[in-house]
Design a protein around this ligand. Structure first.
Ligand code: ZN
Length: 93
């Protein structure tokens, strides 16, 4: 960097003083769960009083995908759960 363009520590600090991230403020949904404002509720799937996301169908789809993945891993001979147990046992002993 050219010396002429060098920013001193004071200027850098002043610029960075506005870089802090604000924590998300969740609001309470009609169903009682906490959700982010301007977002559909992940537990009931409602947005602005209307059902937007079919939560039941989504859960079914996810469980089906998980089953399929487990099946594939078992077929490949590298099941996830067994490897985790082995590593845990190594840590404890
Ligand atoms: Zn909800």
């Amino acid at each position: 960097m050219v010396v002429r363009m060098r920013v001193n520590r004071s200027k850098t600090g002043k610029r960075r003083s506005h870089h802090a991230l604000a924590a998300a403020r969740p609001v309470t949904c009609d169903c009682g769960a906490e959700r982010l404002s301007h977002r559909a509720c992940p537990s009931c799937g409602k947005y602005n009083g209307k059902v937007i996301i079919d939560v039941v169908a989504r859960a079914k789809r996810q469980s089906r995908r998980d089953k399929k993945r487990q099946k594939e891993l078992r077929a490949a001979g590298q099941e996830k759960d067994t490897t985790n147990k082995e590593t845990k046992q190594e840590v404890t002993t």
